[in-house]
Design a protein around this ligand. Structure first.
Ligand SMILES: Cc1cc2nc3c(=O)[nH]c(=O)nc-3n(C[C@H](O)[C@H](O)[C@H](O)COP(=O)(O)OP(=O)(O)OC[C@H]3O[C@@H](n4cnc5c(N)ncnc54)[C@H](O)[C@@H]3O)c2cc1C
Length: 188
């Protein structure tokens, strides 16, 4: 990794990854920091217009193509049909991984992070899980049992899940939080 960079991009979504690839291809030293352990996954339909973005991604990424569009409202029902597809869908995780490879190939440094309340020796299970899932991270932050709430407030995740209600209660004032009702503490 470069010790000095010209541009720091925070966030490895399509926007950040496209910027990283273009800047790096232009000779700019770029560091992109993504807080998720794996780049790409996001709640998104993955729809891209046939006449626009589709030309920018490889055909192999296209999962489905739709030559018809159905518009249904309380007042109307209309069908727009074209000879060529109007819209196609891509898997966001695969798109993100492809864009990340493209940015890295252009010379951008990409870094991802894992944040957990665990500390030694309980860190081993988290590391083994990542290895089993074939996920690589550049940084792992083990909070050693510190309350997660204040840390999460600064880290600003989109959503926080935990199997312990104490952690959920601590995080909920700072970030949308959900309780996982199964797990080590709650049983199957
Ligand atoms: C339900 C849903 C359906 C959608 N369907 C479509 C669709 O069909 N077609 C379409 O074109 N668009 C769709 N969108 C919109 C599309 O997902 C967004 O426009 C697109 O993801 C925006 O890209 P982005 O790079 O700006 O941001 P994002 O994709 O949100 O990426 C931001 C990244 O920054 C990271 N990040 C945030 N804060 C930090 C931090 N402090 N440190 C490090 N990393 C950080 C996040 O983890 C994330 O990876 C949909 C969105 C939703 C919610």
């Amino acid at each position: 990794m470069n010790e000095r960079v010209d541009v720091l991009i925070v966030g490895g979504g399509p926007g950040g990854l496209a910027c990283a690839a273009d800047l790096a291809a232009g000779g700019v030293r770029v560091l992109l920091a993504e807080r998720k352990a794996k780049i790409g996954a996001k709640v998104c339909a993955g729809g891209i217009t046939w006449n626009g973005l589709i030309r920018l991604v490889p055909e192999a990424l296209i999962e489905a193509a739709f030559p018809e569009q159905h518009i249904v409202t309380g007042r109307q029902r209309a069908v727009v049909a074209e000879a060529n597809p109007i819209v196609a869908t891509v898997n966001r995780e695969r798109l993100g991984q492809w864009m990340a490879q493209r940015a890295a190939a252009a010379g951008a440094d990409l870094r991802t992070a894992l944040v957990t309340a665990r500390s030694a020796p309980a860190h081993e299970r988290a590391i083994r899980t990542l290895m089993n899932w074939n996920i690589e991270v550049d940084e792992a932050m083990f909070l050693g049992g510190l309350p997660k709430g204040e840390f999460l407030r600064e880290f600003e995740p989109d959503f926080f899940f935990d199997d312990q209600t104490g952690h959920v209660d601590n995080a909920a004032p700072h970030v949308p939080s959900g309780h996982v009702a199964a797990g080590v503490t709650n049983g199957p």
